[in-house]
Design a protein around this ligand. Structure first.
Ligand SMILES: Nc1ncnc2c1ncn2[C@@H]1O[C@H](COP(=O)(O)OP(=O)(O)O)[C@@H](O)[C@H]1O
Ligand SMILES: Nc1ccn([C@H]2C[C@H](O)[C@@H](COP(=O)(O)OP(=O)(O)O)O2)c(=O)n1
Length: 233
C-alpha cells in the first residue's frame, strides 16, 4: 500500500509537470509523467509495427519514472528515462513530426488500454508516487490521497509553452483550447473525493505548490472526533 499517491490532471501547459516535480522532490516520491509514454509510443510507431507494440507494450517499452528517495533531496536518485528495446529514446520523443502519431495514439481506446497496463506496472513497482496526465485520477490512481486538477487560461498556457520552448526549435508549441476530453476529465475529477481544482492563471508556481500541499494535509488529516450530545451535557 503506497504511503502517498497523488494524481495531477489538466490541459497542456497548465503546470502539471512543474507541480509534480516540486511535490516529488519535497515529499520524496516517484514522479510518473504519463505523457512521456504517449510520446514514446508515437516514436516507437516509426520503428516498430503496430501489431508488435500492441501485443505486449511493456516487453518493448520501459518507462522509468523520476525518483526522489528522500524528502527534500537535492537531486533525483533516478531521472525520467524511456527505453525502446533497451535503447534510451528519451531525447527522441519530442520532435513535432510525431504530432500526428501522438494524436492517433491518444484517441485510440486500444492504445490507451495498453498504456494504462504499462503504467499500472510502474505504479505497483514504485508505490509512493505523483502521476501526471489526462485521465490518471480516473483510470490509474483510483485510490489517490489527493487528486489535483490544474486550470489556466488559453492565453496564459500558450505563453507558458512558447517561453518554455523558446530555444528548442524541434518542439511543438501548439496549444489549443481545452478539448472535449479535458472538459469531461475536469468534471470527472471534480466528482471524486479528495479532489482539488487549482486555477493557476494568476498564481506563481510556488503558490500552486503551497495550495497542493495544503490540500494533501487537509485530506490526510484524521477526521475530528464528533462530540455526541450525550458528551456535551
Ligand atoms: N503557476 C505557474 N506560473 C507561471 N509559469 C508556470 C506555472 N506553472 C508552470 N509554469 C511554467 O509553464 C511551463 C509549462 O509548465 P509544465 O509544468 O510543463 O506544464 P504541463 O506539464 O501541464 O504541460 C513551464 O515552463 C513552467 O515552468
Ligand atoms: N495520460 C495522458 C497523457 C498524455 N496524453 C496525450 C495528450 C497529450 O497531447 C500527449 C502528450 O502528453 P504531454 O503530457 O506531453 O502533453 P501536455 O503537455 O499535457 O499537452 O499525450 C493523454 O492522452 N493521456
Amino acid at each position: 500500500m503506497p504511503r502517498v499517491a497523488i494524481s495531477i490532471d489538466g490541459p497542456t501547459a497548465s503546470g502539471k509537470s512543474t507541480l509534480a516535480q516540486g511535490l516529488s522532490q519535497a515529499l520524496g516520491l516517484a514522479f510518473l509523467d504519463t505523457g512521456l509514454t504517449y510520446r514514446s509510443l508515437a516514436y516507437a510507431l516509426t520503428r516498430e509495427s503496430a501489431e508488435t507494440l500492441r501485443d505486449d507494450l511493456a516487453a518493448v517499452l520501459d518507462h522509468r519514472p523520476e525518483v526522489y528517495r528522500a524528502p527534500g533531496a537535492d537531486e533525483p536518485a533516478q531521472r525520467h528515462g524511456i527505453f525502446l528495446r533497451g535503447e534510451d529514446i528519451t531525447g527522441k520523443i519530442w520532435d513535432a513530426s510525431l504530432d500526428d502519431n501522438l494524436k492517433s495514439v491518444a484517441r485510440d481506446p486500444g492504445w490507451r488500454q495498453a498504456i494504462l497496463r504499462l503504467h499500472q506496472d510502474v505504479t505497483e513497482r514504485y508505490g509512493d508516487i505523483v502521476v501526471v496526465g489526462r485521465d490518471v485520477a480516473v483510470t490509474l490512481l483510483p485510490d489517490a490521497d489527493l487528486r489535483i486538477y490544474l486550470t489556466a487560461s488559453l492565453a496564459v498556457r500558450r505563453e507558458r509553452r512558447r517561453a518554455q520552448y523558446r530555444d528548442m526549435r524541434d518542439r511543438s508549441v501548439t496549444v489549443g483550447p481545452a478539448t472535449e476530453r479535458d472538459v469531461e476529465n475536469r468534471a470527472a475529477v471534480r466528482a471524486l473525493p479528495k479532489s482539488l481544482e487549482i486555477p493557476t492563471t494568476y498564481l506563481p508556481a510556488s503558490a500552486v505548490f503551497a495550495a497542493a500541499l495544503h490540500g494533501l494535509r487537509k485530506f490526510s488529516a484524521p477526521r475530528p472526533v464528533r462530540q455526541g450530545k450525550a458528551n456535551n451535557s
